[in-house]
Unconditional design. Structure first.
Length: 402
């Protein structure tokens, strides 16, 4: 908790009118695996940054979504303890409830420095955590936790008991964990169906236009990726069921699910989506799903691996960003990866590591390991073992345009 207090104070005056809060997540082995603090008003709270630092993906499906979408991937927090200086919020303010994110992430225990005295929380966060089966302790280093927020506490204690957070929206909280399929009790069936639809849409498509066709991918987190036309493009499923694509320098497109048999007749194929460039109805586009992502693709996209060679091992990352960046903090270089014959049981991943050479490794059928060598030198072996998924706290040095 003392370390969490140090983190909390990093926010300083920038958190106003919010309190300063710090959070540390400790694994079952007693080692810290995630750290976070609230940096400024309007930004995610300390708990969210700590979960992301622990390798859990915590995001909002839309800018104003009243819930967190939580994907634990390969991270198991059942034996972990989260130390947070202030009771996790239970309401929807500028950001969704932190306690729901802890629940969806499967955190086993939460230690709270002090209860939140704000009338719109006041024990409700702790109650919700306990109702979900999470063990909660309250009052650890309470005096120190209160001291760093003395002015804020004095202000909220003057408020009437029925006060609400000025930024609160009507509660419609739902939280999804695609990593372990947990849904919070507040989830509604329509929202669950929406997330299921997003999951079903992910995969490899054939994108057709008047001049031909090429391969595109609908990746998770709204990333639209074309191997031949790489750029920071995005996709989004709109509330009316239509599909919006921002292909950056290649245009914007609006597509709808194909229902009209005349379209199938015209193109001689079954099209999943059809439409046109935005504002140009004659510039038609169709998108036909070829397959879902393979085991190898799912294993590699946004993942952490132990990279082993004869002289030792270190951690590397496979980013599913706009340019398939390969990242190694120990040996940094402008690097990329690509997967050949991805739909096969054991495809090969190629890594161009700039000054550190090129590598080719065969992915195991279960996606948990890979083995290979320096390209063209089979005797110079390399092995990889998957460590887990990347969270949302990826460093920005690999996020650039080409």
């Amino acid at each position: 908790m003392q370390e969490a207090l140090k983190l909390a104070q990093l926010g300083g005056a920038a958190t106003a009118p919010n309190p300063q809060v710090g959070c540390i997540i400790v694994g079952a082995d007693g080692e810290a695996i995630g750290r976070g603090y609230h940096p400024r008003a309007g930004a995610p709270h300390a708990e969210i940054y700590a979960l992301r630092d622990a390798g859990v993906t915590v995001e909002r499906e839309a800018e104003d979504a009243p819930y967190w979408s939580v994907d634990t991937g390969d991270v198991n927090l059942a034996g972990a303890t989260a130390y947070v200086t202030l009771e996790p919020c239970s309401h929807v303010g500028r950001t969704p409830p932190c306690c729901d994110a802890f629940i969806a992430a499967g955190v086993g225990r939460v230690v709270v420095g002090m209860s939140d005295p704000a009338p719109w929380v006041a024990g409700q966060g702790v109650e919700r955590l306990r109702s979900a089966g999470i063990r909660v302790s309250v009052g650890v280093e309470e005096a120190a936790c209160a001291e760093i927020n003395a002015a804020w506490i004095a202000g909220v204690l003057k408020l009437p008991e029925d006060s609400s957070d000025p930024t609160t929206r009507p509660p419609a909280a739902k939280t999804r964990s695609s990593g372990d399929a947990q849904m919070s009790a507040a989830s509604s069936t329509p929202n669950a169906e929406y997330f299921a639809e997003l999951e079903a849409m992910a995969g490899v498509y054939s994108f057709s236009h008047p001049g031909g066709e090429f391969e595109v991918h609908l990746r998770h987190k709204g990333r639209f990726w074309a191997p031949k036309f790489q750029c920071k493009s995005t996709w989004q499923l709109e509330s009316d069921g239509s599909l919006s694509i921002n292909f950056v320098q290649y245009g914007k497109y609006a597509l709808e699910r194909m229902q009209d048999e005349s379209w199938r007749s015209r193109f001689g194929q079954s099209s999943d989506w059809s439409g046109s460039a935005v504002g140009k109805p004659d510039s038609w586009r169709t998108m036909v799903k070829q397959r879902s992502f393979s085991t190898a693709e799912r294993a590699l996209m946004d993942s952490r691996w132990e990279f082993e060679h004869a002289g030792g091992s270190f951690e590397v990352e496979f980013r599913a960003d706009a340019f398939n960046h390969f990242v190694c903090e120990k040996f940094p270089a402008h690097s990329h990866w690509r997967l050949e014959n991805a739909e096969t049981a054991t495809p090969t991943v190629y890594v161009n590591w700039g000054p550190y050479g090129e590598y080719e490794l065969e992915i195991a059928a279960d996606g948990s390991s890979a083995s290979g060598s320096v390209k063209g030198r089979p005797e110079d072996w390399r092995k990889m073992k998957k460590l887990g998924s990347l969270g949302s706290n990826q460093k920005v040095f690999a996020e650039h345009d080409h």
